[in-house]
Design a protein around this ligand. Structure first.
Ligand SMILES: [Zn+2]
Length: 109
């Protein structure tokens, strides 16, 4: 399988049997150049895949860090301000933050 892939916008055309890259003028609508590639997995798709993975990872780690910070603040608040026993404060803050984070992960990812 051979493709003509635009090096600018990433759009591509699959060459049919009997067609060769020389049959085309190798200029994309966007102004980029079309290049002949043999692989089915296109560089552009790989790029997008990787970027999406990183974006998800970013979001996930932001939620995790926020959740951990929130748990700590809740714990300190319950332990020092409300004067709950340390076990109660730990369990309660864990439960609340766990619930909130589950909702966040479900709706924001
Ligand atoms: Zn293009």
């Amino acid at each position: 399988m051979s493709y003509l892939v635009c090096d600018n916008c990433g759009s591509y055309y699959e060459l049919q049997e009997g067609e060769s890259p020389e049959d085309f003028d190798l200029a994309c609508e966007c102004g980029g150049k079309l290049k002949n590639k043999e692989s089915v997995k296109l560089d552009y798709e790989l790029d997008v895949d990787t970027k999406n993975k990183f974006r998800d990872l970013d979001k996930k780690s932001v939620i995790w860090i926020t959740g951990l910070a929130g748990a700590l603040i809740l714990f300190l608040f319950m332990y020092f301000i409300i004067n709950l026993p340390i076990i109660m404060a730990a369990v309660l803050s864990g439960l609340i933050v766990g619930l909130v984070m589950r909702i966040c992960l479900k709706y924001f990812l």
